[in-house]
Ligand binder design. Sequence first.
Ligand code: GDP
Ligand code: GDP
Length: 471
Amino acid sequence: MSAHLANAMDSPTAPPQKPEVIIIGRPNVGKSTLFNRLVGKKLALVDDQPGVTRDRRMGDAEIAGMSFTVVDTAGWEDEDAETLPGRMRAQTEVSIEGADAAMFVIDARAGLTPLDEEIARWLRSEEIPVVLVANKAEGKAGESGVLESYSLGLGDPVALSAEHGEGVADLFGALWPIIGAKSEAAEAAAEFAASEDEEKPLGPLKLAIVGRPNAGKSTLINRLLGEDRLLTGPEAGITRDSIAVDWKWTDPRTGDVRDIHLVDTAGMRKKRNVTEKLEKLSVADARRAIDFAEVVVLLLDATQGLEHQDLKIADMVLQEGRALMVAINKWDVAEDASKLFNGVRAALDDGLAQVRGLPLFAVSAKTGKGLDAMLGAAFEIRESWSKRVPTAALNRWFDDALEANPPPAPGGRRVKLRYITQAGTRPPRFVIFGTRLESLPKSYERYLVNGIRSKLGFEAVPVRVVLKSPK
Ligand code: GDP
Ligand code: GDP
């Protein structure tokens, strides 16, 4: 096992932390005001970290959805304001170690002072990315100070008024390239933690049946519910032209009684006289079904085969992250059945790049053939769609996958893939952390996605994978 993976696996519970941004500057430039501005209402949450330094102020900051920890160094300078005081420097150096970026604040009204220049010189010699902030820049009085600050050699200044809240969007623009990815990674990890709570027992299977007109959707639904049962609806809270019905299905293989919530979006307008736009409507119906279904069955007509329109519907279901199954209906009148079945299988695999081996069933709404197998499979596919793979098992697979086929080194620069977490379920979502990810070829990404599908039991389920650099 390679060292970096060993590390990741030793601490599978240590999620990526929020990026940390430290505010640096001589006294009175507005550091605390900026700190308060960024922390906003959450000021009450500011905690003095015991064991760090007594006057270290940290807070949860957020700009336009980008979260980070902000550290205020105000008060570290003490009396000796005309040289860079040793105490400030020593403490700031410690804090810089753990920070992802520094905001170096100057006072645009006062202009640059020798102390500003000294801090700038020191910051240029540090590894840390620096965002230069020209504060108190509201109105005309700050203009020359903003221009002057270019001379510090720290790039373009962000003209800001911490007191008036101006220029915060520009600050976001300057920080995002430095900490945006890490902020998102931490967010994904937080979502991961939150979604652990989500894992309660699955309720009734939310199932929708979609397909082109005349595929046999209504016939199938009536068959499933039993001839004597009428579709009633619409239910409150569901789209006006949809019908939903709850019923209990007994699995003949196990005798288990299982709850199904079935949605028939086409049913209501079935008898309406719409001819020209029917093709379009079947797509609109599928879109609606997707909104409340966990598993979608795309129904084909054995006498028609698979057409472009069917692939379009299938693709949309997968794009929306729903579990998809395909059933070829009217099997009782199918000609050359095995050729038809294999032809549809091949066309699905070719036509839908995001999944291979979708569950495919031959059914007959007329005779009932294949319907129990189809429903049983719908419950199974929902299981994998909702499944969470423990981080340790996930990284064991990841390690093997990287060893079997190491990521390429384009231009000699090796892409480092560090570890993987499952960020969510329904559909399954994964985040892979690493560096130089921009150089990772798409083909390698596909290799990993295919591995997740085939090795971790996510066949036929739409799987989302995001690559992230922590820094
Ligand atoms: P620190 O010592 O760097 O933490 O600075 P403070 O945040 O305590 O601010 C010093 C002084 O500058 C205070 O009187 C603030 O009200 C003032 N100040 C802070 N930000 C601004 C600003 O954007 N514009 C103006 N005009 N004054 C500001
Ligand atoms: P929908 O537009 O998808 O709801 O399709 P319908 O349920 O209205 O069915 C269209 C036509 O196909 C009707 O004439 C049905 O009787 C017929 N049909 C539906 N299922 C089957 C089947 O399994 N076998 C045969 N032979 N015909 C079927």
